[in-house]
Design a protein around this ligand. Structure first.
Ligand code: HSE
Length: 341
């Protein structure tokens, strides 16, 4: 399977490392042999029809800050043209989230779909702003669009709701959808200041490229929109979310809640078709009251009651594992369709 990767930050590099460490398993267990035939970042690109040498690609990025150094050539390039022209089956769209206009993610995804490439993205911008139209475009072009890593990092929150609760009806859900703010609030409970905790989250690669997206609740709101569209069949965008972030939460607030046996968490809720993100005081025994970068969501379903899923919500390797899951899923779906022809 030939892949074009656009965006080679924390998740892109983690994905390359996963491919290096897991390639034998991937072939043995799933019959897939993914090769990155083009890799593009904001300053350059590298291509190889037979597959890039991933360790060399990682070294080029580390030493020169761009994958363009892979070939020691500094060529001018047009990312959209590259996406269209490179001979590949799939685009991994891993550029940073932009919730103002979804770019460059939206254009990258459209260029891939129009040139017949399946798309995996971890970029929340395009889906938070244009979910219904991207899905429609994918169907129209007979393209698979997968986005597991947009919600829950490596935790299969979307798959859990969509596949494991098939046949049941989800009435509402609520949970922690942002790892960075959960990390900050957990560290504040341990006595760290807001700023120190945020710097720590940035250093560890949990935070968005522009961390106000985490702190002000935009990231959680974007994930809530993706879930509302995909799981609840709503047609909403980020403008439909009532949003408040955690910048107004003080150390004193956190300590007071702690004394009451509670904790303050940034909670996203979809209830009665209303979408909210806001700091909420929860009992420590509530199953979604988890710490660190964990995410947790409780789904309330009509037939089978409440289900909570918990897992790592941020970080390069967990999120890259969601990309790998999507890749295997697309490959299996294509094979099943071929067999049914
Ligand atoms: N910044 C995001 C978070 C990364 O902290 O949850 C995962 O989407």
């Amino acid at each position: 399977m030939r892949l074009v990767v656009i965006g080679f930050g924390v998740v892109g590099q983690s994905f390359a490392k996963l491919l290096i460490s897991r390639s034998a398993d991937l072939y043995r267990l799933y019959g897939v042999n993914p090769r990155i035939v083009a890799c593009i970042d904001s300053c350059g690109y590298a291509v190889s029809a037979t597959g890039l040498d991933l360790q060399r690609l990682l070294n080029a990025k580390k030493l020169s800050g761009t994958v363009g150094a892979y070939d020691k050539e500094n060529r001018k390039f047009d990312p959209l043209r590259l996406i269209e022209k490179v001979d590949a089956e799939m685009l991994l769209e891993l550029t940073p989230t932009n919730l103002d206009n979804g770019e460059p993610g939206i254009s990258n995804i459209i260029a891939a779909m129009k040139s017949g490439k399946h798309v995996i993205t971890v970029n929340k911008g395009p889906l938070a702003l244009a979910f219904p139209s991207l899905l429609e475009l994918a169907n129209y072009n007979n393209i698979k669009l997968r986005f597991s890593g947009t919600v829950g990092g490596g935790t299969p929150i979307l798959e859990f709701a969509k596949r494991c609760l098939k046949g049941d009806s989800i009435m509402s859900f609520q949970g922690i959808l942002n790892g960075t703010t959960n990390y900050i609030l957990s560290k504040m409970e341990e006595g760290l200041t807001f700023e120190d905790a945020l710097n720590d989250a940035k250093y560890k690669g949990y935070a968005e490229a522009v961390p106000f997206l985490d702190v002000d609740g935009f990231d959680a709101a974007a994930k809530l929109v993706i879930m509302a569209n995909w799981i609840m069949g709503m047609k909403v965008t980020i403008k439909d979310v009532n949003r408040r972030g955690i910048s107004g939460v003080s150390l004193a607030d956190v300590r007071r809640a702690h004394k009451r046996g509670n904790a303050i968490k940034l909670i996203a809720t979809c209830d009665d078709k209303q979408l909210d993100v806001k700091p909420t005081e929860l009992s420590n025994v509530d199953p979604i009251c988890v710490n660190g970068t964990l995410n947790a969501v409780t789904f309330s379903s009509e037939q089978s009651g409440e289900h909570t899923i918990i897992g790592q919500g941020a970080g390069g390797i967990p999120t890259a594992s969601a990309v790998l899951r999507d890749l295997i899923d697309i490959r299996n779906t294509i094979f099943e369709q071929r067999e049914n022809l």
